[in-house]
Design a binder for this molecule. Structure first.
Ligand SMILES: [Zn+2]
Length: 134
């Protein structure tokens, strides 16, 4: 499978789920002027020749989105998008939808399905998903 081609096709769906614009990964620190304890989702990727954001990895943090983003290295992705969530459940369910929408582990660099938030018995909201926690 040609991962990059699939990402180009699937990546165009991203704009409906994350607020534009995408930001350079080097701007992570500046982008976060909100309180430190913040729940949210993010996508890492690259910008293609047409100016589209091509997602390569999706993730979330249930406690500190900025800190989580800072664990990613700049050599792999050039840009990111993020959005806030009201609860770990909301962030988890969005991450699940992103994970499946963008092709799952076969297309994304995510090796595994999103994990459920600690201490919860939530399940993946995507129909047909056979994730063991689901
Ligand atoms: Zn799932």
């Amino acid at each position: 499978m040609d991962k990059m081609r699939d990402r180009t096709r699937l990546g165009r769906m991203l704009t409906r789920d994350f607020n534009p614009p995408y930001l350079s990964l080097g701007m992570r620190d500046e982008a976060f002027s909100f309180p430190k304890e913040t729940i949210g989702n993010y996508a890492l990727g690259e910008i293609d020749n047409a100016g589209d954001f091509i997602v390569g990895y999706v993730g979330r943090s249930d406690t500190n989105l900025r800190e989580r983003l800072m664990t990613h290295h700049e050599d792999r992705y050039s840009h990111f998008k993020f959005s806030y969530a009201k609860s770990p459940q909301e962030a988890f369910e969005k991450e699940c939808r992103n994970f499946h929408d963008f092709g799952g582990a076969e297309v994304l660099d995510n090796d595994i399905h999103p994990a459920v938030p600690a201490g919860t018995k939530l399940s993946c909201p995507v129909p047909g998903c056979e994730h063991p926690n689901g």
